[in-house]
Design a protein around this ligand. Structure first.
Ligand SMILES: [Zn+2]
Length: 664
């Protein structure tokens, strides 16, 4: 399940446009860079081929997506919206000197705030701070009539000791109490866990996602209560607007399945009933024939320290018919891959079905998917729905390509810095982009959908380690098969060696390059990054006696070089088998051991070196996007078309959204 985030691996690489057929035109992809972030934009190939009805459908879905923006801001921390409002006020109305160094520092803070949908880094989840002084910030607030809010908001912005992390990763403190996210208030981890323990029906084979769409707190008598996120509950005004647009969308849907799905989604937003959410997902999975598709709801649980609460997310996309062929081949062979995987037969699915895989182009990103956005999606998240009805697995072509093109607009690359020699670089330049895309396809189309739990094992058995282990499982499945002769036979891999580009790259990234994204002195906490470190470190250690991966040092710089690709593939197979066993048996202790031994702690000296080498490249580790506008074209009082207008002003889009889609 879950989303794949675009990672450093590809950044700054090359001019390969494998499999996409798009040519780099004069369209400028890279718009803005600040702090550790870059803002890009994307094109929507295929938009002009849509019918008017399809465009109208996509338009209303996009409006519904954008109306959820404030929900996500508030979920991230309850202070985010008040802070955003004051920042908007300053950006719009400040009449003083806007060229001063301090004002520019304030603008950078504003841009970071918009990028993160709040005061915590979107990825690292630590609070970040303005570079301008608190006194200056105060003067700005006073200048635009927000002086009365200073006492309340400035400590939230500036005090390093409050609301430190959005999702706490503390190992000795209470992660519920310490998390700044707005999923829990006035309750402890033990209380929350006891509460869910008491309401969960463990015998239910089709369990609802308990707690997905609520905030947990206490009533006046001290009892634990859930406040639902629904039309007459918390976030009601935003949800009402979402429902309005979803109804308009339903009226011009492409087919009856979409209509039924949207009807159920609205009903779910009206009732908060998670059974209806499941019914919606089942219907949504069935729609594999439409061209326009969407995500709208409380989806991923990464931001919740206990892995229950869904971050609000909106996403509208259209199918890329040509590019979808490759993943169609993979999913048509899903059973072969399942049968031949290196895991214990007891943990394999007897029948692999319903994995619908396609390539899409994003039309609108919103909520948890904006501006930072995934390059692959696999939903729904409920294990039993995936098992009984299948799931939708997509890779997002126009976003991936925008990353590659934006990287080409930059003069330096991590490949040049971290790869050992010219041969390795040249090989990566030739095959890396291709192999990387195929690995992503395997991860999404087959990896997450593979394997099964033994009867009686709870889907939540892995607790706080579940996301990282699940990502590792999907990645390993993909890595193992990227090198399989079957891939060449199916016409997916161009030759039997191309996979080596991905293997070398994966190890380089997992052992080294990705640490550029972690602050010095901090542990590695994000699920996808933990997964990569776990895999790379485990293979490095287990392969040491055979020198499978060699650590080399030249001119004081560290490199990791793969010496034996076949043995590395065997190591991937062993670890895949072990992680599948852990998940299938619900072996929490073994899962915990893997993560804590291999995934968390970064060697301080190496970390420092990597950060320094990376800094010298002057690249930005995180990327995000602004959306094109979809603009109705009127003629004689009737809408005759919806045109895509490509913006190039990041702050303007943020301020426009603040004005247009402000519901909370
Ligand atoms: Zn994944």
């Amino acid at each position: 399940m879950k989303t794949i985030l675009k990672v450093m691996m590809m950044t700054g690489v090359l001019a390969i446009t494998a499999g996409c057929g798009q040519k780099k035109s004069d369209f400028k992809y890279l718009l803005d860079e600040f702090a550790d972030l870059k803002v890009m934009r994307y094109q929507i190939p295929g938009w002009d081929e849509l019918s008017l009805q399809q465009k109208e459908y996509a338009y209303h879905l996009a409006e519904a997506a954008k109306w959820g923006r404030d929900i996500h801001w508030d979920q991230n921390c309850k202070w985010n919206l008040p802070i955003r409002h004051t920042v908007e006020n300053i950006l719009e109305n400040y009449k003083g000197d806007r060229n001063s160094k301090e004002f520019q520092q304030f603008v950078v803070y504003a841009k970071r705030l918009f990028f993160a949908n709040g005061i915590h880094h979107h990825y690292a989840e630590d609070k970040f701070f303005p570079e301008c002084s608190q006194a200056y910030f105060k003067s700005l607030m006073e200048a635009v009539g927000d002086g009365s809010k200073c006492a309340e908001l400035l400590p939230v912005i500036y005090d390093p000791n409050t609301l430190q992390q959005r999702r706490s990763t503390s190992t000795d403190g209470d992660i519920v109490v310490l998390s700044a996210g707005n999923f829990y208030e006035g309750v402890t981890r033990a209380e929350v866990e006891k509460y869910y323990e008491s309401i969960e029906d463990k015998t239910d084979e089709t369990p609802i996602a308990y707690g997905l769409n609520t905030k947990v707190t206490k009533d006046s008598k001290g009892n634990i209560v859930e406040i639902p996120w629904k039309i007459d509950g918390m976030y009601g005004p935003a949800i009402a607007k979402i429902c309005e647009e979803l109804k308009l969308a339903a009226a011009c849907a492409e087919n009856d399945i979409q209509k039924r799905a949207l009807g159920l989604l609205v009903k779910y937003y009206e009732t908060g009933d998670l059974r209806i959410w499941d019914e919606f997902n089942i219907e949504w999975v069935k729609d594999t024939i439409g061209t326009v598709d969407f995500i709208n709801g409380f989806i991923e649980d990464y931001n919740d320290p206990l892995g229950r609460k869904g971050a609000w997310e909106g996403y509208v996309n259209i199918k890329d018919h040509k590019a979808s062929e490759r993943s169609v081949i993979l999913s048509a062979n899903a059973q072969w891959f399942e049968d031949n995987s290196p895991v214990d037969p007891r943990f394999k699915k007897k029948e692999c079905k319903g994995i619908s895989a396609k390539v899409i182009n994003a039309v609108c990103l919103a909520g948890d998917a904006y501006p930072s956005t995934p390059i692959g999606i696999n939903l729904p998240n409920a294990d039993w729905i995936r098992k009984m009805y299948g799931s939708k697995s997509v890779t997002i072509a126009n976003i991936t390509h925008a990353y590659d093109y934006a990287a080409q607009e930059s003069p330096t690359s991590t490949l040049d810095e971290f790869a050992w020699d010219e041969a390795e670089k040249a090989f990566y330049r030739e095959w890396g982009s291709w192999a990387d895309e195929i690995h992503t396809d395997l991860h999404e189309c087959l990896g997450h959908g593979s394997g099964q739990l033994l009867p009686g094992v709870a889907t939540t058995a892995m607790g706080e380690y579940s996301s990282a282990l699940e990502e590792a499982r999907a990645d390993l499945f993909g890595l193992y098969y990227t090198a399989d002769p079957k891939m060449v036979e199916l016409g997916i891999m161009p030759n039997k060696d191309a996979y080596k580009a991905e293997y070398a790259n994966y190890i380089r990234n997992g052992l080294m390059v990705q640490f550029t994204r972690v602050e010095l002195g901090r542990p590695n906490t994000e699920a996808h990054m933990q997964n990569r470190k776990l895999i790379a470190e485990w293979c490095y250690e287990k392969g040491a006696k055979d020198n499978v991966i060699e650590k080399k040092v030249r001119d004081g710089k560290t490199y990791f070089v793969v010496n034996d690709y076949e043995k590395l593939r065997n190591l991937f197979a062993q670890l895949l088998a072990e992680i599948q066993r852990i998940k299938s048996e619900g072996d929490y202790e073994a899962g915990k051991y893997l993560i804590e031994t291999y995934a968390v702690n970064i060697d301080p000296a190496l970390h420092k070196e990597v950060k320094e080498r990376y800094e010298a490249l002057n690249l930005k580790p995180y990327g995000g996007f602004i959306n094109p506008d979809i603009v109705p074209v009127e003629k004689d009082g009737k809408i005759v078309d919806y045109q895509v207008v490509y913006n190039d002003d990041y702050l303007k889009q943020q301020l426009d959204y603040g004005k247009k889609y402000s519901a909370l």
